[in-house]
Design a protein around this ligand. Sequence first.
Ligand SMILES: Nc1ncnc2c1ncn2[C@@H]1O[C@H](COP(=O)(O)OP(=O)(O)OP(=O)(O)O)[C@@H](O)[C@H]1O
Ligand SMILES: [Mg+2]
Length: 255
Amino acid sequence: MSELLRAEGIDKHFGGLQALKGVSLCLEQDSICGLIGPNGAGKTTFFNVLTGIYRPDAGLVHFAGAPLPAGVPHAVAARGIARTFQNIRLFPSMSVLENVMVGRHVRTRAGVLGAVFKTAATCREERDIARHSRDLLAYVGIEAHAGRIASTLSYGDQRRLEIARALATEPRLLALDEPAAGMNGSERRALAALIQRIRGDGTAVLLIEHDVKWVMQLCDQITVLDYGECIAVGTPAQIQKNPRVIEAYLGTSAA
Ligand SMILES: Nc1ncnc2c1ncn2[C@@H]1O[C@H](COP(=O)(O)OP(=O)(O)OP(=O)(O)O)[C@@H](O)[C@H]1O
Ligand SMILES: [Mg+2]
């Protein structure tokens, strides 16, 4: 296996609050990596730094063999990192299919003029985008809902739609912020199978999740944050036994 992502010494302050303190995280190609920790530990802030929403105060991110630009979301997306959000961010009044097509436009060639004047090439590209987007809806299991307005989907299906939209950018790394939140047991099992399939098809996955049992079953490697600090890194078996993790996060009942 070879390294896909290496974040080193990431600091992020919000005024007097240090949300990330020298956080480092490595992720191999073809792996599923979990990022866990109590509420407010800095997990989402780490995703926001990684995906260019925030510029870190210190630290570097290497991705696919080259430094990743800091604080430039579209450049990060173009380099092959896609994400979903803790609070679902879809275009609620657009159709399910259109939501995925928006993601796909990151990879298209037709410029603004082509879109306005609807050249033959633009029309062909638009058809290709629609076909590819339908395939992605099938991939995540919601193709039957392609024509519905996104906000009418169940919570679990909206999370799947966010994944389809993220996949439309053809990422090498998919970062999921609490993808199983609000899902019931069978939805969680189906989501775990989907995440494994995504990894099997060549996209590494970094995921934030509070359901520790679910994370442990799914991930190859886990990083634990507490008060903005990385307190443990290891396999699920190593993390389960780590005294700092048990004290900070898992509690004695989960040990
Ligand atoms: N934009 C912001 N401005 C000020 N403080 C922020 C901002 N974003 C996050 N924080 C603070 O930084 C800390 C880390 O927040 P973050 O959202 O990264 O935690 P988290 O681990 O994702 O928590 P949760 O599990 O509740 O989602 C918290 O104390 C939070 O209040
Ligand atoms: Mg969060």
